[in-house]
Write a protein that binds this ligand. Structure first.
Ligand code: AMP
Length: 279
């Protein structure tokens, strides 16, 4: 479906049958990570809307909007196979018609990590488009990947602050057999970069391996991760240990801390994260 009106009509029809509505927002180029969200929505709800929209406002001018992989026909088949009832693939004009002038800025959790390194426009773009999707679909539940852990926190803040009545479900990161987190951007990697990219997940593993208890210092955890990245000639954009609740800086593991990493490998900007568990 291309139009907001068509999606609203399909959702209204489903609701008239008392169906619970699930929403899975994506930028397409679907992989098993996305499909895991769709399957979860299928299991939890009665009518599943998958949106496919490469949202221009969340890309900075120097980022990969033009190169972002697009494969709509294949995506439509994959989404339907995983249980989508509707694929909503609007044009940019449908979402941002001429005169569009509203931006939603979530504060706090957007100020660090990707918000700091990609610039504030990134999460403004995410929050605004997700708020629009919530208005269009009015889902009971919406599904997001823990791979984008900061995005989950931003969306949780958004729905709390604006009293949007939707349940936010965070789903585990789906990985390739060698541990690389699945991402639409992995197609940018050449074979050598693809091998080096596994260092992100291995760095998170190495960090977890040095955690002996709540007192384990952030410095020792970060050092263990940094060594693995350095061995793969990866200089991270950031590698930080933060509270999984509000992204405040933490100095020890406490009762669980989020280790988040972003790194450029060739043309691809990759992110990954792990909650460090105090053993
Ligand atoms: P994207 O198309 O990259 O914007 O991602 C759409 C949704 O899929 C977001 O909620 C992502 O967090 C989620 N997602 C992307 N990659 C993965 C993955 N490897 N595992 C689980 N969820 C993912």
């Amino acid at each position: 479906m291309r139009s907001i009106a068509d999606v609203r009509a399909a959702v209204a029809e489903a609701r008239s049958r008392d169906a619970a509505i699930g929403l899975v927002p994506t930028m397409g180029a679907l992989h098993e990570g996305h499909l895991s969200l769709i399957r979860r929505a299928r299991a939890d709800t009665d009518f599943v809307v998958v949106s496919l929209f490469v949202n221009p406002t969340q890309f900075a001018a120097n980022e990969d909007l033009g190169a972002y992989p697009r494969s709509e026909e294949r995506d439509a088949a994959l989404a339907a196979g995983a249980g989508a009832d509707v694929l909503f693939a609007p044009s940019v004009e449908e979402i941002y018609p001429s005169g569009f002038a509203t931006t939603i800025h979530v504060g706090g959790v957007t100020e660090v990590l990707d918000g700091e390194h990609r610039g504030p426009a990134h999460f403004d773009g995410v929050a605004t488009v997700v708020a629009k999707l919530f208005q269009i679909v009015a889902p009971d539940s919406a599904y997001f990947g823990q791979k984008d852990a900061q995005q989950v926190l931003v969306i949780r803040r958004l729905v709390r602050d604006l009293d949007i009545p939707v349940r936010i479900v965070a789903c585990p990161t789906v990985r390739e057999p060698d541990g690389l987190a699945m991402s639409s951007r992995n197609v940018y990697l050449d074979p050598d970069e693809r091998r080096r990219a596994t260092a992100l997940n291995r760095a998170l593993d190495a960090a977890q391996a040095v955690v002996t208890g709540p007192q384990t210092s952030a410095a020792s955890v970060l050092d263990a991760a940094r060594r693995v990245l350095a061995d793969a000639a990866i200089d991270p954009e950031y590698l930080e240990l933060r509270s999984p609740h509000d992204l405040a800086e933490v100095h020890s593991i406490g009762d669980g801390a989020l280790l988040a990493v972003a790194a450029r490998v060739g043309r691809a900007r990759l992110i990954d994260n792990r909650i460090m568990e105090a053993q």
